[in-house]
Every structure is written in structure tokens, then in C-alpha cells.
Design a protein around this ligand. Structure first.
Ligand code: SF4
Ligand code: SF4
Length: 434
């Protein structure tokens, strides 16, 4: 958080807390840094202001104005003047209301407050960080890059990755907790339609089906419904929110049909929902997939019982593309190869160190690569040619084996069936374990 903040520097925090409350929420190492380096700390509740003036969650103009207010790079009056001229140029065609709203954002950006930094913060004893049980690659490389200290990594940190391959599913370790509001589930109004999970761009709300043993691992006050459908007989159903990965877009609550005019999802402040995170952690680590009990390709509801193999991407809150990508991975992700063109989908698809493409319980997931800006058709065609050549080669070897005495009848039977079903995905999958 303080990387790049120089001695005597100024720090602006978009804060939901008041200036009296904010010291209780700053990490000790940050407080100490502020005091030792004579930092001036300012706060502004841009989130609340944006909502108040009708800008929803768009805080950038407010924060830009706040920046000019405290930075003194040019006189503040002049900055306000220039920002307003630019607003007319950018939004003039959208009407007077939009212009006025953005004018208010500029004016309210001046509502910054300075927080006093007590001298005693310099003497705070910073205790060591809590032990991290994430894999070594996450602790040593991913966390370092995310903390903007990637330059400190030695070349040896990448030993074994000289070809550019990267771990899948690193986004699940980020737990950014950046939403202002997150959904809370109200089981009494839930019809188990799974539409919430279907539209979620970030795979942060999912239906889980739990058998009796799996239900025992949850606290008694955690709500579980009786799962609908005879294939789930005796099992429980719960819609679970991943509080710390949710981006607060509200799409799930918007789409939720609920029951008798009452939605089963309500957006509430994230501060009230931190306790719910442990239920998500329990679900993803202890509740097995029940997707094999339904035909996941049959309808929307069933598709959402399959684990998304694209989750917690850094796409913008409410992104309209990522629910489709997520859905494709739920249906075909275990056998998917992606030749990505360059654009939004390559940026949220793999901005090192974040990789949202991940693996299922069998360790299978999409293989992903991006080459140049607009060459994905040729790039992907290369995948197809290479893959087809390898499969043809395997078939040639098997056909030779069928004529040879060096193989048993059982082995020859397997080879024959592989050849027969090699272009039938479901049949081929059934046979692959043998
Ligand atoms: S608020 Fe948005 S990101 Fe969060 S769970 Fe709902 S749809 Fe997903
Ligand atoms: S969309 Fe609403 S009713 Fe449907 S499963 Fe989700 S919470 Fe339940």
C-alpha cells in the first residue's frame, strides 16, 4: 500500500470510515510508515458521495478532484475549471442532467478531510504476518508481484517455468474484498433456480448440494434448504456467496426471481458479511461436486451445479462477457484449449500473476494462451493442426498394435474402442480412465 510513497508524501484514501474510525482499520505497518515518513493522510468517502449524487459506483471524477485538492500540482480553482470544461466536452451530448451530476462530482471531490497522524505510531511494534498456508509459488511469486514488488524477485524464482507456463487458478488466493455491498441469501424466498450463479461475472455466488455428512461441518445456524429433485434425495441446498471475491455488481440480486414478490438475495454492506466467508471456504474445500447427478448441458439450472473453471477474474464489476466464458468452462472446460485474441478477454484472462482459468477435482481445466493482437485464428488453427497430428499418430500406433502379437486381447480391445470413439466427447471421456 505504501510502495512508492516518499518521505513527506501525501496519501489519499477512499474510505467508508470516518476520520475518527479510520485509524482502527489501518494495518500497523502502514501506520508506522506514515508516522516515520511524515506522511499527510487524507480521506474522502467517494463511494457514498457517488451514490448520493446519482453516479452509482463511479468514483473516479470525485477522486480526481480530491487529488487536485490535496496535491497542489496546479491551483485547485484552475483544476476545477478545467475538469468542468472537459465534462461539457465529454458529456455535453448526453444532456444537462449528466453534466450537472459530473459537476457535483468535481465539487464534492473537495470534501477531503485530513487525518491526524499521532507521533506514537512510529513506535508501533509490527507483529509478523499471520502464517500463510498457500502453495509456495503463490507465497513467493504471486503475492510478491501483487504487492508491486515483482522487481525484487530473482530470476531463480521462475526456475522450471522457462517456457512461460504459469499456475492455474491463482486468483482464488487474492481475496481482495473490494465490494462495497455484497449479496446475502434469504432461503425462505429461494426457488433454487440458480440464475444468480448463472449471471455472476465473477463466479462468486454458487449453488451447493450437500450430503448429510457435508452438512454436519457447518455451524448449526447456517441455513440449508432441502434440495429439489429426486436425484438429490436426502441432500441439502445452499446458495453461498464468496464475500471476499465478490465485486458487488448486484447482477445476482437483480436477476433473482425470488418468491411471492420477495427476492432471495439482498445487497448489504460487506462489513456485515465477513463472517459468511468461512462458509464459502468450507463449501469449496469440503463439499464435493454433485454435477454428475444431473445433465449439466440440459438447462440453466443444471449448468450451475458444475464447477466454473474460470473464477474471480479481474474483469470490471458486472462484466457482460465473463458469465459466458464461465458458462463455457462449466460445460466444456475440462477439454478446452483457448487461443485468445488480445483485448479485454486476454487481460482479465491472464494478467500475470492472476490466472482465473482453473482446474476441476480431477485436475483438468482449460489450457490458455495468447499470442499477438489479432492472430488468434491462425494461432488457434495451429493448435488444431498440432492436436490432430498427435491424435492421428496415436491412432497409427494403435492400429499397428492391433496387428501385433505383443499386446493382450484386453489392450487391443481398449485400442479398438479408443479409435471407434475418438471423436465422441462423452463416450471418449467414459473410456479415458481405463
Ligand atoms: S454482486 Fe455481482 S460479483 Fe457479487 S455475487 Fe452477485 S453477481 Fe457476483
Ligand atoms: S436467483 Fe434467487 S431464487 Fe434463484 S437460486 Fe439464486 S437466490 Fe435462489
Amino acid at each position: 500500500m505504501t510502495a512508492g510513497l516518499k518521505k513527506n508524501g501525501t496519501f489519499l484514501l477512499n474510505s467508508l470510515w470516518t476520520k475518527e474510525e479510520v485509524p482502527n482499520h489501518l494495518p500497523d505497518n502502514v501506520k508506522k510508515y506514515f508516522a516515520k515518513n511524515n506522511i499527510r493522510l487524507y480521506i474522502i468517502n467517494a463511494t457514498e458521495i457517488a451514490e448520493e449524487i446519482g453516479l452509482g459506483n463511479r468514483t473516479n471524477t470525485i477522486l480526481q478532484s480530491a487529488f487536485f485538492k490535496i496535491s497542489n500540482v496546479i491551483p485547485y480553482d484552475q483544476a476545477v475549471d478545467q475538469m468542468k470544461k472537459f465534462i461539457v466536452k465529454s458529456y455535453g451530448r448526453k444532456g444537462e442532467d449528466v453534466v450537472k451530476m459530473n459537476y457535483s462530482a468535481v465539487d464534492r471531490g473537495g470534501d477531503v478531510e485530513e487525518v491526524e497522524i499521532p507521533k506514537e505510531w512510529a513506535d508501533i511494534q509490527v507483529v509478523a504476518e499471520t502464517p500463510d498456508d498457500a502453495p509456495e509459488f503463490i507465497r513467493k511469486v504471486v503475492r510478491t508481484v501483487n504487492a508491486q514488488r515483482g522487481y525484487s524477485l530473482p530470476v531463480s524464482a521462475f526456475s522450471g517455468r522457462e517456457d512461460g507456463t504459469w499456475e492455474q487458478g491463482t486468483t482464488k488466493y487474492e481475496k481482495r474484498g473490494v465490494a462495497v455491498n455484497v449479496p446475502v441469501w434469504k432461503p425462505e424466498s429461494c426457488i433454487q433456480c440458480n440464475q444468480c450463479a448463472y449471471v455472476c461475472p465473477h463466479a462468486t455466488i454458487r449453488p451447493f448440494v450437500l450430503d448429510e455428512d457435508e452438512q454436519k461441518g457447518l455451524d448449526e445456524d447456517v441455513d440449508i434448504l432441502k434440495a429439489q429433485g429426486k436425484q438429490f434425495a436426502g441432500m441439502g441446498f445452499r446458495v453461498q456467496v464468496d464475500v471476499l471475491d465478490c465485486l458487488g455488481c448486484g447482477n445476482c440480486a437483480d436477476v433473482c426471481p425470488g418468491k411471492k414478490g420477495e427476492k432471495a438475495l439482498e445487497m448489504v454492506p460487506i462489513l456485515t458479511q465477513y463472517e459468511n466467508q468461512k462458509n464459502w471456504d468450507y463449501m469449496v474445500n469440503n463439499v464435493s461436486s454433485k454435477a454428475h447427478l444431473v445433465d449439466v448441458k440440459l438447462n440453466v439450472k443444471n449448468s450451475q451445479f458444475a464447477k466454473p473453471l474460470f473464477e474471480f477474474s479481474g474483469a470490471c464489476s458486472g462484466c457482460g462477457e465473463t458469465p459466458y466464458i464461465k458458462l463455457i468452462t462449466q460445460l466444456y472446460g475440462d477439454r478446452m484449449m483457448i487461443a485468445n485474441a488480445t483485448g479485454c478477454s486476454s487481460i482479465y484472462g491472464a494478467s500475470a500473476p492472476a490466472t482465473p482459468y482453473t482446474k476441476n477435482e480431477e485436475g483438468k481445466g482449460p489450457a490458455w494462451a495468447n499470442s499477438l493482437f489479432e492472430d488468434n485464428a491462425e494461432f488457434g488453427y495451429g493448435f488444431v493442426i498440432a492436436h490432430t497430428s498427435m491424435r492421428n499418430h496415436i491412432q497409427d500406433l494403435m492400429q499397428k498394435a492391433l496387428q501385433s502379437d505383443a499386446f493382450t486381447d484386453e489392450q487391443k480391445g481398449l485400442f479398438g474402442r479408443w479409435i471407434e470413439f475418438k471423436n465422441d466427447t462423452d463416450e471418449s471421456k467414459k473410456r479415458q480412465k481405463r
